[in-house]
Design a protein around this ligand. Structure first.
Ligand SMILES: CCCCCCCCCCCCCCCC(=O)SCCNC(=O)CCNC(=O)[C@H](O)C(C)(C)COP(=O)(O)OP(=O)(O)OC[C@H]1O[C@@H](n2cnc3c(N)ncnc32)[C@H](O)[C@@H]1OP(=O)(O)O
Length: 147
């Protein structure tokens, strides 16, 4: 099984979790293990990421939740693509809020991984997601560009 560190190479240029040297637009999120099937990260909402005035853009919130689920798998040595993502926005999140993002593996069947993720402010869940992740056939995810 690949280690989490080795799996992180597949995200070396990621807009969410790479370091600033590799991608200056990265949110530079750092996930840590909470339990065997769970990871978490903290993030302070930057005004660059607003949609409606002073509200966190829902696309960014969705992206954070997707990243939490992705890292939950990476931490288990699994590199899989998002095949389906369902997001429910319960409460607006404000610019400046400190949010906690958690991702959790729920089940795994025939190569399809079902995960859930939450984005909370002061322990109140504001946004929730579920996702299905699939390892592509042959296991190769990255692509070479022709230009
Ligand atoms: C400024 C504002 C910014 C805003 C910003 C907004 C962003 C707001 C959104 C954020 C979103 C973030 C998302 C980031 C996460 C990535 O960036 S990951 C990259 C994005 N994802 C992709 O590119 C995946 C593209 N899809 C694929 O590559 C392929 O479809 C997959 C998922 C690898 C599956 O391919 P495959 O292995 O060839 O699978 P296939 O033969 O079709 O199916 C295999 C089996 O899985 C089953 N299956 C396939 N799909 C599904 C499914 N969805 N459910 C259940 N079963 C399925 C099939 O039925 C099949 O079952 P069996 O017939 O074997 O029983």
């Amino acid at each position: 099984m690949k280690t989490y560190q080795a799996c992180l190479q597949s995200h070396a240029n990621c807009v969410v979790c790479s370091d600033g040297d590799q991608n200056p637009h990265s949110l530079q999120l750092r996930f840590t293990h909470v339990t065997e099937n769970e990871v978490a990260a903290d993030y302070r909402v930057n005004k660059k990421h607003q949609g409606y005035i002073n509200l966190l853009h829902g696309g960014i919130a969705s992206t954070l939740l997707d990243a939490a689920m992705t890292h939950c798998l990476l931490a288990k040595g699994i590199e899989a693509l998002t095949a389906e993502l369902n997001v429910r926005f319960h409460t607006p999140v404000l610019v400046g809020d400190s949010v906690q993002i958690m991702g959790r593996l729920i089940s795994q069947r025939r190569g399809i991984y079902l995960l859930e993720a939450t984005l909370s402010v002061a322990k109140q869940v504001c946004v929730k997601a579920t996702g299905k992740f699939i390892q592509p056939k042959g296991g190769v995810i990255h692509r070479e560009l022709s230009v």
